[in-house]
Design a protein. Structure first.
Length: 189
């Protein structure tokens, strides 16, 4: 009885292990056991069991100089691989300075084409704050002609970019519209 029980236990263990490992040889079975014992890692002595023993001589350790290759003519876009971090920082600072001037011009209702161009470029780049400011400009007619439909569309766009109060402002603008303006919005949907 013990022999039958032991035999069944061995068969169950082997069949369960064989299903997990899918080993086709004793060597693979051995590697699976080692992997299981080492958290999936196969030690170097197991990896290289079939590898031939190779010795390295000192001349093998001397680095080999690569052969010179002919220059290949590249016919395409020229890539600039220089480090232009300082130029990018300077450009970012200038852009931030221009943004401050744009905001000041909007507050004082003295918007010039330069400021209008700056804000429309930022709107094109999906800057949420610029979208909200341009919507306010269209609502109040600052630097642009009053256009409730454009203001509503910009406020909706700002709301999609999670600008606080943009949805509320869109509702306020919608309530200020006449029937013809509301029809234009419905036709755009």
């Amino acid at each position: 009885m013990k022999k039958i029980f032991r035999t069944l236990l061995i068969i169950c263990c082997l069949s369960g292990f064989a299903q997990k490992s899918l080993a086709t040889s004793l060597d693979e079975l051995y590697r699976d056991v080692i992997r299981a014992d080492n958290s999936g890692y196969l030690p170097l002595f197991v990896k290289n069991r079939k590898a031939p023993m190779v010795s390295l001589e000192e001349e093998d350790l001397i680095p080999v100089k690569p052969k010179k290759q002919k220059a290949v003519e590249y016919k395409g876009e020229i890539l600039n691989l220089t480090n232009d971090v300082s130029e990018r920082v300077k450009t970012a600072q200038e852009r931030q300075l221009q943004w401050g001037k744009t905001i000041a011009a909007i507050k004082s209702n003295q918007v010039t084409p330069v400021e209008l161009d700056d804000i429309t470029n930022r709107v094109r780049d999906e800057d949420p704050k610029a979208i909200e400011i341009l919507a306010w400009m269209y609502t109040n007619g600052v630097g642009v002609s009053k256009d409730f439909v454009e203001a509503f569309n910009l406020y909706k766009r700002a709301a999609q970019l999670n600008v606080t109060n943009a949805e509320k402002n869109a509702i306020i603008v919608y309530k200020s519209m006449n029937e013809e303006q509301r029809r234009r919005i419905k036709n755009n949907l």
